[in-house]
Design a protein around this ligand. Structure first.
Ligand code: GLU
Length: 287
């Protein structure tokens, strides 16, 4: 294990209990780090003040320990770094690359419905039609001064103009690397800071991957499209672009992706039922 070698990370959000899909991702990260002579860090992505719960953090630590995974200290907790995310956000605002958006989710859905055949982002959400980008600056200043709730959105066209091209990243496998061209425009004017906290997942994750010196990001294919946006943010913020690998997602018996929201069985339940960590490792291909 070398401080100058590859650095990977497993970065769960403590808004539920870990399931086999998380175990796969955590074991794969640890396995790759060991093979590459690097280390794997644990990061708790708890920016969501409502959904993140201390019990889930304890559960994550207990489950990973049970699987035999240990991580260097200190374990980063994103909720402690809001000031850093705010300053990254404010930097983008100051350069005219982000604007406040006062639209509620419901309004955005209605705007999209009124627009007929709405373009969608890679997650299936309607692309933001840009209403607040076109607002009169005096009205915006007024509403900000009044404290109207708002998110901050990236002005995608301005951001792309500033970043220049070509945007992309190196995707790595055990066999080698290939260049992947990134197409962040498919996210439209993405939210970089939520109403309740001065960041979004996207901004916090690129900030922290750089802050923690992460050289290789290994995460599920469900985040593959988000990487395009992350590369854009990295270039805008002057951060290094790590190498990426997007791993397969585990499916349940009906072919659905395992997810907390669908009540996939938690590792804690398997443990309680007497399943051994070696069995989990073997089942996931890490025997
Ligand atoms: N915190 C994210 C999740 O639990 C993962 C973020 C990442 O690996 O980039 O889905």
């Amino acid at each position: 294990m070398s401080a100058d070698g590859p650095v990977l990370r497993f970065a769960p959000s403590p808004n539920g209990r870990l399931h086999l899909g998380h175990a796969y991702s955590a074991l794969l990260n640890a396995d790759l780090a060991a093979r590459m002579g690097g280390l794997c860090r644990l990061r708790i992505e708890d920016i969501d003040p409502l959904r993140s719960k201390p019990d889930f953090v304890d559960g994550i630590v207990a489950d990973l320990g049970w699987l035999g995974l240990t991580y260097p200290e200190p374990v980063r907790r994103q909720s402690r770094f809001m000031a850093a995310y705010r300053s990254a956000r404010d930097g983008l605002i100051g350069r005219g690359l982000a604007y406040p958006c006062f639209c509620s989710r419901r309004e955005i859905r209605a705007l999209a419905a009124a627009g007929g055949d709405t373009p969608r982002d890679p997650d299936g959400g309607p692309l933001y039609p840009g209403r607040c980008r076109r607002r009169d600056p005096a009205e915006v200043a007024d509403r900000l001064a009044r404290g109207d709730p708002h998110t901050w959105r990236l002005d995608m066209a301005a951001a792309l103009g500033c970043a220049g091209s070509p945007l992309g990243y190196r995707a790595f496998t055990t066999g080698g690397e290939r260049w992947v061209t990134a197409d962040p425009a498919r996210w439209g004017d993405a939210v970089i800071a939520r109403r309740d906290v001065p960041t979004s997942y996207h901004l916090a994750v690129v900030h922290d991957d750089a802050a923690e010196g992460i050289t290789h990001v290994v995460r599920g294919r469900d985040l593959e499209a988000a990487t395009d946006l992350h590369v854009l943010l990295q270039v805008l913020l002057g951060l290094p672009v790590p190498r990426y690998r997007h791993h397969r997602l585990l499916r349940d018996g009906s072919g659905e992706k395992l997810a907390k929201s669908r009540g996939s069985r938690a590792l804690a339940d398997l443990r309680r039922d007497g399943v051994l960590p070696e069995e989990i490792r073997a089942r996931l291909g890490f025997a």
